[in-house]
Design a protein around this ligand. Structure first.
Ligand SMILES: Cc1ncc(COP(=O)(O)O)c(C=O)c1O
Length: 474
């Protein structure tokens, strides 16, 4: 029988599957107009997002006030278009840029489009192979080694909720008179309560990009770009938003943003105090588990992480007889709990101010049930493998040059010593382990095979089963 997306979604929306994933509205109804009644174009009286001076300008001012930024832009193409625009506005074509290696693909795409020479900051690989924070001293060292760097881009928080010391990194970057761009796509809920980390907007970053749809009750694709200094010009940001953002911004999405900002602004004390109680209660209950462990800030060393967002539930099955895939599948099939992702030895649950007591209770009951059947089994040291696979590769060609080269698909053996023509990344979290232009070493192939054997979800390899990968054709 033929399946239709709209019908399938409607059916799913009415099912008992509980979302521990984005979007942050958690499929709960907020009072919202019928989408057909409000889906318009730039008609009289409704302003134009790309040249706003009326109702949309006011809406964006309200968002700026809520977050304390100098100027805020609504984005309807997700954080992706904000990151592309911010980087493009901060540099000139052919400049050098300092980026965290664990950047989202949009950062790499901006580097490609602007032919940027990239210098990398490596996050520490923390407990269980989770990517840790970026150290301020590494930023300082890189800026000293490459005095021509024109901008710095950091992801904080990461997909797993790990934050870096943005205030200190900002001080270092600003001594050079260049801007700090923070990808805070996963941190739109920061800065409203001390329970969560502070937002980079208030920590001195020049541009901060946040996805509203990830953590807040807002439709998918909604995001904000906060411009907070004069180091990047408004005119430049606006020029690139016109390039990277649709010329037909959806009024449904913009209405959702307006509603979300108003909802959070008016109810933040109540919303966050209830949210904190639910999270505290969940973490407390989880201490009763014997084999499964929910990782918290105190489980990492200060060297590994600067801080952690408690809204991200890192559910670890390390040193048990199951792997994260088993836990993920069991939660889904038996308990109808859809998690955000599984990676190596943990499953990630995304929570938001919209989560209900019942959702947390269902998750805890399911974990308690599963936990009873587990036993201790020492794991191989995957943290080391992850560290090795992420180790920086020798760069033979700039990313932007390599991206435009013809490639040829060869066996893993033949690929050794050749230049990669593909981006290989572990998904989630989507961080590259190999980029076009980097040399494929024998060790890399050994580690790649090990990751495949462990069932890690590797993307960007032409044929995993027959061990084929794209290299640059000479
Ligand atoms: C760290 C990070 N930055 C940026 C993005 C892009 O956000 P969006 O999907 O809103 O375009 C994502 C998406 O998952 C992300 O994880």
């Amino acid at each position: 029988m033929e399946e239709y997306l709209d019908k399938k979604l409607e059916q799913y929306g009415n099912s008992d599957y509980y979302p521990f994933h984005m979007p942050g509205h958690k499929r709960r109804n907020l009072p919202f107009p019928n989408p057909y009644k409000i889906d318009i174009t730039e008609i009289e009286g409704f302003d134009n997002l790309h040249h706003s001076n009326d109702i949309l300008a006011e809406a964006q001012k309200r968002a700026a006030k809520l977050y304390g930024s100098k100027k805020t832009y609504y984005l309807v193409n997700g954080s992706t278009c904000g990151i592309l625009s911010a980087i493009s506005a901060a540099v000139k074509k052919g400049d050098r840029i300092l980026i965290a290696r664990n950047s989202h693909q949009s950062v790499y795409h901006a580097a490609y489009l602007n032919a940027l020479f990239m210098v990398y900051l490596n996050p520490t690989v923390a407990f269980q192979g989770i990517q840790g924070s970026i150290h301020p001293e590494d930023v300082d060292a890189a800026l000293k080694e490459y005095p021509d760097i024109k901008a710095v881009v950091i992801t904080s928080p990461t997909y797993d909720g790990i934050v870096s010391d943005i205030a200190e990194i900002g001080n270092i970057v600003h001594k050079k008179g260049i801007p700090l761009i923070v990808d805070e796509a996963h941190g739109a809920h920061f800065g409203f309560s001390e329970y969560f980390p502070q937002t980079s907007v208030r920590l001195g970053a020049d541009v901060v990009i946040q996805s509203l749809h990830k953590q807040f009750p807002c439709f998918t694709q909604t995001a904000l770009l906060h411009l907070n200094s004069d180091l990047i010009k408004e005119k430049e940001i606006e020029k690139y938003l016109r390039i990277y953002e649709t010329s037909s911004p959806s009024y449904i999405l913009m209405a959702s943003m307006e509603q979300c900002i108003r909802f959070v602004g008016e109810k933040k004390e109540q919303l966050f105090s209830e949210y904190e109680k639910k999270l505290d209660n969940f973490y407390q209950c989880a201490e009763k588990l014997h084999n499964i462990k929910i990782l918290q800030e105190q489980d990492f060393s200060e060297k590994e992480i600067f801080g952690k967002d408690p809204s991200k539930l890192i559910i670890s099955v390390k040193n048990t007889n199951i792997c994260s895939r088993d836990l993920y599948e069991s939660l889904l099939s038996k308990y109808h709990l859809q998690m955000e992702m599984e990676s190596g030895f943990y499953v990630l649950g995304m929570t938001s101010i919209m989560d209900e007591d019942n959702g947390f209770l269902r998750l805890f009951n399911a974990l308690e049930d599963i936990d009873k059947c587990l036993f201790y089994k020492k794991d191989i040291n995957t943290a080391n493998l992850i560290k090795e696979i992420y180790r920086l590769k020798k760069k033979e060609m700039e990313f932007f040059t390599a991206m435009d080269k013809d490639t040829v698909c060869v066996s893993f053996e033949e690929a050794v010593g050749k230049i990669s023509g593909t981006t290989v990344f572990l998904y989630p979290p989507g961080i590259p382990v190999l980029l076009p232009g980097e040399v494929i070493s024998k060790d890399f192939i050994i580690n790649l095979r090990e990751c495949i054997k462990l069932g890690q979800n590797l993307c960007g390899i032409a044929d995993i089963i027959n061990e084929k990968i794209d290299v640059i054709r000479f």
